[in-house]
Design a binder for this molecule. Sequence first.
Ligand code: DC
Length: 228
Amino acid sequence: MSTPYQQIAIDGPAGTGKSTVAKRVAETLGYTFVDTGALYRCVALAAIEAGLSLEQAEAIGELARGARIRFGALVDGRQPVWLDDVDVTARIRERDVDTLCSPVSAIPPVRAALLDQQRGFAQAGPVVMEGRDIQTVVLPEAQVKVFLTASPGVRAQRRFDQLAPGSATLAEIEHNVRERDERDSSRELAPLRPADDAVHIDTDPLTIDQVTERIVALARERQGGSLG
Ligand code: DC
């Protein structure tokens, strides 16, 4: 799994800005951003199109192994995705895919197939990846592992600011944030857990740009002569 290219693996609970930060780090360094969630979404879409049901785990795993998924360049935080040469960027965000991608991501043959696909991206060039099992399972040898943290209060406030006025109270959102943390940390499959060698960054007092700068600095610092 060792590669001549630098690997940056970012994780942390929801509301720490990790997707935005991961994309900005990739844009700044000119690395490929691998949207691992989009891979699971593509497999869910392939299963829908093949008319498969969730019980057909092996067949969905087979689809995952055969799926040719490509990512385009990030422009302003948006990234095109192709599944078998069809542009599925918008399609994989639709409701049917949204509903199916979580149970599909719990199918062991799917995770095994996408593990190989994710490592394949890291063999082809320098990458930034964000997600649950990236630091511990997918890229355990990543030179840069960052675990973003933020207090539940700050994360709730960030979420509150994104929602339409009146849709929920700050207290309700904070309650949900704490519940989700508990669920994500205790679930059996790919629980939320930092790698032992991850650098923790507390994002409470920082802007997205400041968090991005820290990770970029860390990446440059750790970049040996032949990397990246
Ligand atoms: O981040 P997202 O909503 O696009 O992720 C889609 C689904 O894939 C979601 O149910 C979580 C799952 N997923 C996963 O199991 N492992 C990852 N590394 C990324 C996403």
